[in-house]
Design a protein around this ligand. Structure first.
Ligand code: APR
Length: 316
């Protein structure tokens, strides 16, 4: 089997962690692209030199030239500004749209067969723009948001219940904003509903309050990190989340991961990128998993989709 190639556009905080994770997991050869001279070259040299210690053997190249991304199987985009305290993701739209436009043109010209995973914010708008400019089929342009939002939700549940994070599954749907939809009904500890465990622990009413607080924290979790860091936004967690998606694609794993996908009628949404569970394999999005939302969940989904529509509309 030919060795896979992963290109990372944006060599900042997330880009650097992405490169290191690709190397540690030997996902393939890695190219790190940035417009800043020396930055991607320095980071890749740094990561490459510790191969003998961490026991990975892949080619790692830092570059300022799009030519080097030729032949990429997967391209992950983090180019763009991160937010600072007090900013919402949506505040980044103007500056990051310009950056995304040039990045998408570069990918279109040099890696036309690749599958693109967008991380840059505001996510739902940036992935929409990336697809428009590349003209790639929808299954090959997706966004990372749900894997991380879901992991945050699962972490809060595990910490609250005093159980291992490994045994909690939880999922969020919708846009990557304050109106995202953490699915309370399906959160479980090895299949046991979290709502039931909270009721046992606290009684019905307080159990619901504790869950509501975790939902609220999940929605604001990115901002919580920004407020602490002060100089930028989360970078370890978005990198890990995107790598799980890239790995599912590169290894054709058919994993079911919450993914920002282009919807054509699913969940009652037509013509917009929104987070939903998707089967990820060698073709990118291979299937969108649909299921019935109850009235409350549907109302939250509608609100989140409305926010996405407004955000995307503001780009034109
Ligand atoms: N082409 C390529 N890279 C660019 C371009 C461009 N046109 N413009 C800026 N960059 C690079 C910057 O030089 C910088 O190295 O993008 C990188 C962004 O890195 P950071 O500022 O460290 O931001 P990071 O924390 O990695 O977040 C990147 O992901 O989660 C989102 O909100 C976050 O939009 C932000 C993005």
């Amino acid at each position: 089997m030919a060795r896979k190639k992963i290109s990372l556009i944006g060599g900042g905080q997330i880009g650097g962690v992405l490169a290191q994770l690709c190397a540690l997991r030997e996902l393939g050869d890695v190219v790190l692209f940035d417009i800043v001279e020396g930055l991607p070259q320095g980071k890749m040299l740094d990561i490459a030199e510790v191969g003998p210690v961490d026991r990975y053997d892949v080619n790692l190249k830092g570059t300022n030239s799009y030519e080097d991304i030729k032949g990429s199987d997967v391209v992950i985009v983090t180019a763009g500004l991160p937010r600072k305290p007090g900013m919402s993701r949506d505040d980044l739209i103007e500056v990051n749209s310009k950056i995304m436009t040039s990045v998408a043109e570069g990918i279109k010209a040099y890696a036309p067969e690749s599958i693109i995973i967008v991380i840059s914010n505001p996510l739902d708008a940036m992935v929409t723009l990336c697809q428009k400019i590349t003209g790639f089929p929808y299954n090959r342009v997706i966004g990372q948001a749900g894997v991380l939002d879901s992991a945050r939700f699962a972490s809060f549940i595990a910490w609250e219940l005093g159980v291992s994070v490994k045994d909690v599954t939880a999922m969020t749907l919708g846009g990557h904003g304050d109106d995202m939809v953490p699915l309370v009904r399906y959160a479980s500890v090895n299949g046991i509903p979290v709502t039931e465990l909270l009721e046992q622990k606290y009684g019905a009413e307080k159990g619901k309050e504790v869950m509501a607080a975790m939902v609220k924290r999940t929605r604001g979790a990115g901002g919580e990190v920004v407020a602490l860091l002060k100089t930028g936004s989360a970078f370890y967690s978005p990198a890990s989340a995107a790598i799980s998606m890239a790995e599912a694609i590169l290894k054709d794993q058919k994993r079911v991961l919450p993914t920002c996908c282009f919807l054509q009628g699913e969940f009652g949404v037509n013509g917009f990128y929104v987070g939903v569970p998707a089967v990820l394999g060698e073709k990118g999005v291979e299937n969108i998993i649909q299921f019935k939302l109850d009235a409350e969940e549907q109302a939250m989904m509608d609100k989140s989709v409305a926010a996405v529509k407004e955000l995307v509309g503001s780009m034109k």
